[in-house]
Design a protein around this ligand. Structure first.
Ligand code: AMP
Length: 364
């Protein structure tokens, strides 16, 4: 079987690595000549909206998936006419527009921060009256890793904030005084079979994910599963999904979802019975899903901007290194390390050693 992937970065790379034992082959479409996944399969080199390349991709593969959600909806539609595309275009359309996404949560009675749409400066002034201060202004589209976002603290900051998002259609959200951020990764097959991973607890800084740790038996696991189930059902979803949530006073508020494998699920590579990458492939190929059970204590640390030496990382007890084969650039995700152990103290010590290593090379 051949799997096509739109995007050839680290997520595509890890999908390919998980797919080889299943006898799968991969073709990635990516505009960059040296994208990290291109050494693991055939590379169609060009733009995502190049219809000649898209037609080739559709013709050569059994199923097409993607590693990022900003694939133009028309591209997903074009591909859908020629081959199986999972997750389907409807999930993309919702996930790539923060307003559609928040409205969708609302419709499914999944709680969120208060929010209001903003199309012009006057609407911004009105919106903050509803959401109060502090609030966050976020562009509706093309936002990731905290890009296209600005915190609003007072009326006299609104003009500059509006200019900083360049006046594009946006939303304003009330700032959530969360105690923690968590995410739930789940996989769904075409027949409706669903597998949920234990929650990940995530630490961000500068809008970028730094650390995720698996939370076995978390008190809000059931609540998160309920919310994800509603999304999966409503979208007739196929593949892996990641729902990001804020934990505030024992409640969960949904922030956003990603219709793809997710950075906060990288600990599953060594830390779960079946990784999110393998389960995504199983789901989109309509194969039985693998157990999502955690194998002891598990977590992951991102290396941003630079990576500690392999020698250093691999000397950490129970650590595994995953390099993305990318040229270092400021703020760029270069690699991650996972750690898993049956012993809580060993796990915690190793995770903290890795966090310190990542900080020492972090340039963001
Ligand atoms: P996003 O791009 O929406 O995932 O936002 C990136 C990060 O900004 C989140 O992981 C949070 O740490 C923070 N953030 C986003 N929205 C809010 C909010 N409404 N209240 C508090 N923090 C937020």
């Amino acid at each position: 079987m051949k799997v096509g992937i739109l995007g050839g970065g680290q997520l595509a790379r890890m999908l390919a690595l998980a797919g080889y034992p299943l006898g799968l082959e991969f073709i990635v479409l990516d505009p960059s000549a040296d994208a990290g996944a291109t050494r693991l399969g055939e590379h169609l080199h060009g733009r995502y909206d190049d219809q000649v390349l898209l037609a080739q991709l559709a013709e050569k593969t059994d199923v097409v998936t993607y590693e990022f959600e900003n694939v133009p909806a028309e591209v997903a539609h074009f591909l859908s006419a020629h081959t199986q595309v999972y997750p389907a275009a409807n999930a993309l359309a919702v996930a790539q527009d923060r307003l559609a996404e928040k409205n969708f949560f609302h419709q499914l009675e999944i709680p969120t921060a208060p929010f209001a749409p903003v199309a012009d400066f006057e609407e911004l002034r009105q919106a903050v009256k509803e959401t109060g201060y502090p609030s966050i202004l976020k562009s509706r589209r093309m936002g990731y890793d905290g890009k296209g976002q600005v915190v609003l603290n007072a009326d006299d900051e609104l003009r500059a904030a509006w200019e900083s998002v360049q006046g594009v259609p946006s939303i304003v959200e009330g700032f959530v005084p969360f105690q923690r951020e968590v995410s739930m990764i789940a996989a769904r097959r075409p027949n409706g079979e669903v597998a949920f991973y234990p929650l990940s607890e995530n630490r961000h800084s500068g809008g970028i994910l730094r650390v995720s740790a698996c939370r076995r038996d978390d008190a809000v696991q059931g609540q998160a599963e309920e919310y994800v189930s509603r999304l999966l059902e409503a979208l007739h979803y196929v593949g892996v999904i990641a729902l990001e949530l804020f934990g505030v006073d024992g409640r969960l508020l949904a922030n956003e979802f990603a219709p793809r494998v997710h950075n906060s699920g990288h600990w599953t590579i060594e830390g779960a019975e079946t990784s999110q990458f393998e389960n995504h492939l199983r789901a989109i190929l309509d194969l039985p899903l693998g157990s999502t059970e955690a194998r002891g204590y598990a977590g992951m640390v991102n290396f941003i901007g630079g990576v500690a030496s392999s020698n250093e990382v691999l000397a950490v007890d129970h650590a595994h290194l995953h390099l993305y084969d990318k040229t270092p650039r400021k703020g760029r995700k270069m690699a991650h390390a996972t750690v898993r152990s049956d012993d809580a103290q060993t796990f915690s010590d190793s995770l903290h050693t890795l966090i310190a290593m990542a900080k020492a090379v972090d340039d963001s």
